[in-house]
Unconditional design. Structure first.
Length: 197
């Protein structure tokens, strides 16, 4: 049985990649930094290389480095209403699959998916090092969309209370400032920042 090496995708959990494509009928090939890109003819090379108007993201996955992949994945299932995908063919449960792996790979990865198929898959992979600094990327969990003032704060606080009961930590309230509405900065069960927005 093949097993993943550190930093490689798990062999039996779908690990999506992000692709940028151009119209195959009108493209030119550009190489940048040792990588090839197909760009629309007469399109701006710089814009297309860096996600300009010609880019088309097909699918993304959000990957978390963590100490306990299944525990963190199940937390995010509760936060987002996501579900655990079915185990690989030939296994009745994920526990059965996990027991079939070499000991050093047991518990090394887990995933959860949006049951509607709209949101990105979340993938959790075990890494040896702990979290040291603030995340440079975080999830905004939209619970107050369209709400303002006290009504928005009430929605944020209600969701905050639900998530704290699951093990999240409330960090601080960022109050409305005239440009942006209020949001709550939180941490998941391993200290990864996210916002209730």
């Amino acid at each position: 049985m093949t097993t993943p090496k550190q930093g490689q995708p798990h062999p039996h959990i779908k690990h999506e990649r992000m692709f940028v494509e151009a119209d195959p009928e009108r493209k030119t090939h550009v190489t940048h930094g040792g990588m090839g890109y197909d760009l629309v003819e007469n399109g701006p090379a710089l814009g297309a290389l860096y996600g300009g108007s010609r880019a088309s993201v097909k699918q993304i996955q959000v990957t978390f480095d963590c100490a306990e992949p299944e525990r963190v994945a199940r937390f995010w299932c509760e936060v987002l209403g996501y579900v655990v995908p079915p185990p690989p063919e030939g296994f009745a449960t994920w526990d059965d699959f996990d027991r079939a792996l070499p000991p050093e790979h047991q518990g090394s990865a887990f995933a959860c998916v949006d049951p509607s198929g709209v949101g990105p898959q979340l993938f959790f992979q075990r890494v040896p090092e702990g979290k040291v600094v603030k995340n440079r990327v975080h999830l905004d969990v939209r619970v107050g969309t369209g709400l303002v003032g006290e009504e928005r704060l009430a929605a944020l606080e209600a969701e905050c209370a639900r998530l704290v009961a699951l093990g999240a930590v409330r960090v601080r309230l960022l109050p409305a400032d005239g440009d942006d509405e209020s949001c709550l900065v939180m941490q998941d069960i391993e200290g990864n920042e996210f916002c209730l927005d």
